[in-house]
Design a protein around this ligand. Structure first.
Ligand SMILES: [Zn+2]
Length: 348
């Protein structure tokens, strides 16, 4: 009888993160700064001769509180070497979780404001990614994430930095922060210039903002993927448009709950997005701040109602929507599909 009960639970979508850890996965939405463990931040603080962090120092209850915690974490990154160490620590964290490819946001404006040089920190990321690859992966690409509420001019300076100091692993530019601070239209010329120089646009939209923000990210900024985009679930016409245009949404379930973007007590719109045929991937976003892993996100997606076939599709979509060159993308897709096809979910 116990076995039957367990099977029923498994069939109803309850899965543990551990069931996904051994499966190869790609995380297309993870922030370097939000991945730093408290232990690593305390090591940085010790070297800097400043006070370490207590457990509740990074606590938050809403989106504004989250942004403050994120800024606090950034303040511990002071030397280029810190960025290399941060990338190596993220690499270890992802490798332990079965992630074989990651597309990592970093926030250069936050650091150059404090006096760091873009070229030094991007070079440190590049070195870190090489060391991670040599240690067994995952492969890493980077997306320079602009701060929307700081305005267009600082964003243009970020773009100028990227142009002056190209690095092979920095392949994208994005926009995050307070969604409704400045309209996307204001950033359209800068994004057009970035795309003309071969950079991919990956934009946070429809996280705390309205469905129209998702449309604008694609139409005005040329986003090839949208970070979150969950507000699209409120607009059936937009869902059909996203499906037709094959725009991928990188959905971060734990993040949405912890920031209040999708309040607890209401079902998360993930299953609706998948049901509408919108391409979706799962991301861990800021795994240290949200206490999650990509495996944990897959378990959460099962709890949201995604069946095993849908989870397989989502896993493969992370390869299809990746910013890798075509041959590497095909190789990643083949690896993911082979492993997930052979996956036999535990049935208790
Ligand atoms: Zn994000």
């Amino acid at each position: 009888m116990a076995g039957t009960g367990a099977r029923q639970i498994a069939a109803s979508g309850v899965r543990r993160a551990g069931e996904f850890r051994h499966l190869p996965k790609a995380d297309l939405h993870v922030h370097l700064e939000g991945s730093l463990s408290r232990a690593l931040l305390c090591r940085f603080a010790h070297r800097q001769g400043t006070a370490g962090l207590r457990a509740h120092d990074l606590a938050f209850h809403d989106f504004d509180g989250f942004l403050r915690a994120f800024a606090r974490v950034c303040s511990f990154l002071r030397r280029p070497l810190d960025f290399q160490l941060a990338v190596q620590a993220l690499g270890r964290r992802l490798r332990r979780d079965g992630v074989i490819h990651a597309e990592v946001f970093f926030s250069p404006q936050v650091h150059t404001r404090r006096g760091l040089k873009y070229a030094d920190l991007a070079n440190a990321l590049e070195q870190g990614a090489r060391l991670v690859q040599a240690a067994g992966g995952p492969s890493m690409l980077f997306i320079a994430d602009g701060v929307r509420q700081w305005g267009v001019e600082p964003f243009q300076r970020l773009l100028a930095d990227l142009e002056r100091h190209p690095f092979p692993s920095v392949v994208g530019i994005g926009l995050g922060g307070l969604e409704e601070a400045i309209p996307s239209r204001a950033f359209a010329p800068a994004f057009a210039a970035a795309r003309a120089r071969g950079l991919f646009a990956v934009v946070h939209a429809g996280e705390t903002g309205p469905p129209a923000a998702v449309l604008e990210a694609v139409e005005l900024l040329g986003a090839c993927r949208v970070g979150h985009g969950v507000a699209a679930s409120q607009d059936g016409e937009l869902l059909r448009w996203l499906r037709r245009r094959k725009v991928t949404l990188d959905v971060c379930l734990t993040s949405n709950r912890r920031t209040g973007a999708c309040p607890a007590g209401r079902p998360h719109p993930l299953a609706g997005l998948v049901g509408a045929g919108v391409p979706v991937t799962l991301g861990s976003d800021d795994p240290a701040l949200f206490h999650t892993t990509l495996s944990g996100e897959y378990a959460r997606a099962a709890a949201c109602g995604l069946d095993d076939a849908a989870l397989r599709r989502v896993a493969g979509q992370a390869a299809r929507a990746s910013l890798l060159p075509p041959h590497a993308r095909r190789r990643l897709l083949a690896t993911l599909e082979a492993a997930w096809r052979a996956w036999r979910p535990e049935d208790g």
